[in-house]
Design a protein around this ligand. Structure first.
Ligand code: IPE
Ligand code: IPE
Ligand code: MG
Length: 234
């Protein structure tokens, strides 16, 4: 079965560049090619939502030169990828603490989001200036301000309207969540690969989907119960 929502922690750009004796930004540039390849493949494979962790709240602490290069790259990618969105019927969404982004970048983001709002294919969610703890805090704050209504906090999360990820992929060999969707990944399947993000393309993505298809998700129940449910629904 194809997962409805795949999330990716795109890691290893800096190391990819270093291996080639190049500046870190070179890896970030090459990484945008992987973004395009994975978005196109996700659209083709019938995945509903592809979430990409592009820049964390903690990443603001990187050297100023790298941060500004990354922001420049973000802005140019958003402008350059508009034809990709059109061609593949992709809806583009940005999630994160947008108060920390520049006005110019926010304007480009709004433009791309408006232009693709009625696309009905893949929803591509870019996490920019995002952290899981920030998300929980802002959601809890707004929930409390609304008089703490009964029900789910999900409606207040920055990802409201987006189903929880079924599969989370992290590249580059690191096996940690690094403050990504802490709340939303409660029952997400994790997949770790040593491949660095700039080398993660269609074949690597397909391999992760194959591995996902072989897993049994139990959501706290027993394996026998899940098998029974599967048989009953046949
Ligand atoms: C991921 O690659 C991209 C961002 C976090 C912006 P890194 O830049 O973290 O690359 P490594 O982990 O240093 O190799
Ligand atoms: C996680 O990667 C954030 C993104 C991919 C945007 P990092 O490279 O920032 O994570 P750590 O610092 O190795 O945990
Ligand atoms: Mg990293």
């Amino acid at each position: 079965m194809v997962p409805r929502h795949v999330a990716i922690i795109m890691d290893g750009n800096g190391r990819w560049a270093k291996q080639r004796g190049k500046e870190r930004i070179y890896g970030h540039y090459e990484g945008t090619e992987s973004v395009r390849a994975c978005a196109e493949y996700a659209a083709e494979a019938g995945i509903g939502y592809l979430s990409l962790f592009a820049f964390s709240e903690e990443n603001w602490a990187r050297p100023e030169a790298e941060v500004s290069e990354l922001m420049r790259l973000m802005a140019s990618s958003i402008l350059n990828e508009r034809p990709t969105f059109r061609k593949n019927n992709i809806r583009f969404v940005v999630v994160g603490n947008r108060a920390h982004l520049s006005d110019a970048l926010n304007k480009d983001i709004d433009g791309a989001m408006e232009e693709t709002a009625s696309n009905t294919g893949l929803t591509l969610v870019i996490f920019l200036s995002y952290s899981g703890r920030w998300d929980i805090m802002q959601a809890a704050g707004r929930w409390a301000a609304d008089g703490a209504p009964e029900g789910r906090l999900d409606d207040y999360m920055a990802t409201s309207g987006i189903p929880d990820p079924d599969l989370l992929i992290r590249t580059s060999g690191e096996q940690r969540i690094s403050n990504f969707m802490l709340w939303q990944c409660a029952y997400t399947e994790f997949y770790f690969t040593d491949t660095l993000w700039p080398d993660f393309r269609k074949a690597e993505f397909r391999q992760a989907l194959d591995e996902f298809a072989s897993r049994q998700r139990r959501f706290g129940k027993t394996g026998d119960q899940i098998t029974q449910e599967k048989n009953d629904s046949k």
